[in-house]
Design a protein around this ligand. Structure first.
Ligand code: BDR
Ligand code: CA
Length: 314
């Protein structure tokens, strides 16, 4: 099994990742840390605790993390048009009071890094703010972590917030750059692959026939499919965050995943938030990318979403 901390901004696809992590025998979910992104961090923490509760995993600690970008400043916007005002397609229970961990997201990440030195995989599927702060708090963290797998970025397909940028990177490019330049191995699961793992009404019907958590997944997916229908004309959504979890924990085989240098565009022009991957090795020897260990996933074995639905629906 892979021991993971899942760092989430719990919108709809994050919820599928959490439920998959709860159900897959390959995954040992040690904790969830929460961040701003799709919605504000308080709502993200509530949604995360609620989903874990539904899945019968209230034992998994949920820690609150960053409220906004790494370098401060205003949150530009959330993604409520994609995930609903509550991040759960209108299905969150407003009366639910989450029991959160006494530690902050950074404290929890650092503690688990020490307790599971060499074994811990951080799976980050929101903006990378918590990870950037954790690196500042303890520059030794990378030496204790097995690796970091992120859902974020894109190489060959267009961004989903701007032509250049994917949402998780675009929300906090400076945090992303901090994470990519640290000395831990980073695996990038970006839009190149997550846009091709598609969830449909057939999957939704199977989820609707499952247990309580599975039925909840079916309920929230209605909003997500509606959003995608508005954008593409088809009721089929991307499966971003669960796919990143799947790659991190070996639930899906990667077919093309070169190890190269990745830099984040942190300028304020049209390329802000772009992930620039050196896929031809042209930067080799450049001091800025010396020692880069970034695995850019470009192709995975098709069919992960079937496994995911089987796991969640039970
Ligand atoms: C990413 O952005 C968020 O809206 C999703 O949860 C996912 O992590 C996709 O670009
Ligand atoms: Ca997310």
């Amino acid at each position: 099994t892979t021991k993971i901390v899942l760092d989430v901004d719990t919108g709809i696809d994050d919820t599928l990742a959490i439920l998959t992590a709860c159900r897959a025998p390959e995954v040992e979910l040690l904790a969830c840390t929460t961040t701003w992104g799709n919605i504000d961090v308080s709502q993200a923490a509530r949604n995360t605790a609620y989903v874990l509760d539904l899945a019968g995993r209230a034992d998994v600690p949920v820690a609150r993390g960053a409220e906004g970008p790494y370098l401060g400043g205003e949150v530009v916007d959330f993604a409520t048009h994609v995930h609903g005002d509550d991040g759960q397609g209108g299905c969150a229970d407003p009366r639910y009071v989450p029991a959160l961990a006494p530690e902050s997201a950074v404290e929890l990440l650092l503690r688990l890094g020490r307790e599971h030195a060499g074994e811990l995989e951080i799976v980050a599927v929101g903006p990378l703010t918590n990870l950037a702060h954790a690196l500042d708090a303890d520059p030794g963290l990378p030496s204790r972590v097995r690796g970091v797998t992120i859902m974020g970025g894109t190489s060959f397909v267009p961004g989903n917030v701007t032509p250049a940028a994917e949402a998780n990177i675009w929300h906090d490019p400076e945090a992303a750059q901090r994470v990519f330049e640290a000395s831990w191995p980073v695996t990038m699961v970006g839009l190149d692959v997550t846009m091709r793992s598609r969830v449909t009404d057939d999957h939704r019907a199977r989820l609707a026939a499952g247990g309580r958590a599975s039925r909840y997944a079916a309920d929230i997916l209605d909003f997500y499919l509606g959003f995608y229908e508005g954008v593409t004309g088809e009721r089929a959504s991307a499966n971003h965050d669960a796919l990143a979890l799947g790659v991190a924990c070996g639930l899906v085989e990667t077919l093309v995943a070169p190890v190269v240098g990745v830099e984040i565009d942190t300028t304020h022009g049209p390329d802000r938030g772009r992930t620039v991957a050196d896929l031809r090795g042209m930067w080799r020897g450049w001091p800025a990318v010396e020692g880069a260990r970034h695995r850019v996933v470009l192709e995975v074995r098709p069919g992960f979403e079937e496994r995911m639905v089987d796991l969640i629906a039970g």
